[in-house]
Design a protein around this ligand. Structure first.
Ligand code: CAA
Length: 249
């Protein structure tokens, strides 16, 4: 299998079964413009579809995981443009992958950068990590799921403090609040490779099910219900314009 080349991300296989995707737009502190995000998205999907991959790591540089959406690129957008193109809708890419994703965060993970990391299944942070949602300082709000994912993870009060003040927190405070784990010894990427290798060594079905038990649980239960008599009866009754006779089976 030939590995595709990307202009704004590096892809490697640091260990069997592990795909490492490194954001690589260093001059802009990995700010995410459209071309960068397309590369991230394509590289993640490529790894997800590769049968030899069991887990995916997303990382940035020592200085920045990602400093957010590219402010220079979006600054002149009108409401109509943002709304019509559904700007940022494709940022949910990580949540749609089947394989587990580990975010290995060093340096700045701000705005859309933090929102990207928060989509990962596991977040590992270096002591240098600086996390925040500074959008309020730009006259906007998080647009990549930050308000909701943070509230879910650290509770409403802390999430609102971050979103409404734009305060940037360090790795220790983030860990105390429940955003991932700080890797204090050695490199955060090396630790991510260890965790990813461990995951890649397990049975894929169980790993997939473990991941799905979160966000996709609802959908899978929905699918499972198609094995019940009640589903057949309920839908048949609707189609035949009559009351359903439930047998609870
Ligand atoms: N967009 C575009 N360019 C960015 C950027 C961003 N989000 N973050 C950094 N850069 C660029 C800088 O403009 C600078 O470019 P030049 O060398 O061409 O001037 C380069 O990266 C290096 O940055 P600094 O010189 O600013 O580096 P610093 O060490 O002094 O500061 C920083 C680092 C505190 C991260 C600062 O760059 C900063 O505040 N960046 C913006 C962070 C931010 O507001 N992110 C949220 C964006 S909005 C968003 O993400 C919306 C959403 O919800 C999806």
């Amino acid at each position: 299998r030939v590995q595709r080349e990307y202009a704004n991300v590096l892809v490697s296989r640091p260990s069997p079964g592990v795909a490492l995707i490194t954001l690589n737009r260093p001059k802009a502190l990995n700010a995410l413009n459209a071309a960068h995000f397309q590369d991230i998205s394509d590289a993640m999907k490529e790894a997800d579809e590769d049968a030899s991959v069991g887990a995916i790591i997303l990382t940035g540089s020592e200085r920045a995981f990602a400093a957010g959406a590219d402010i220079k690129e979006m600054k002149d957008k009108s409401f109509a443009e943002a709304y019509t193109a559904n700007f940022l809708a494709d940022w949910e890419v990580i949540t749609k992958l089947k394989k587990p994703v580990i975010a290995a965060v060093s340096g700045y993970a701000l705005g859309g950068g933090l929102e990207l990391a928060l989509q990962a299944d596991i977040l590992l942070a270096a002591p240098s990590a600086q996390l925040g949602q500074p959008e309020v300082n730009l006259g906007v709000i998080p647009g990549g799921g930050g308000t909701q994912r943070l509230a879910h993870l650290i509770g409403k009060s802390r999430a609102m403090e971050l979103v409404l003040t734009g305060r940037i927190i360090g790795a220790d405070e983030a860990e105390r609040w429940g955003i991932g784990r700080v890797v204090r010894e050695g490199s955060v990427v090396d630790e991510a490779v260890k965790v990813a290798s461990d995951i890649a060594s397990k049975g894929r079905i169980a790993v997939n099910a473990g991941k799905e038990a979160g966000l996709r649980f609802e959908k899978r239960l929905f699918h499972a219900l198609f094995s019940t008599k009640d589903q057949k009866e309920g839908m048949a009754a609707f189609a035949e314009k009559r009351r359903a006779e439930w047998t609870h089976s």
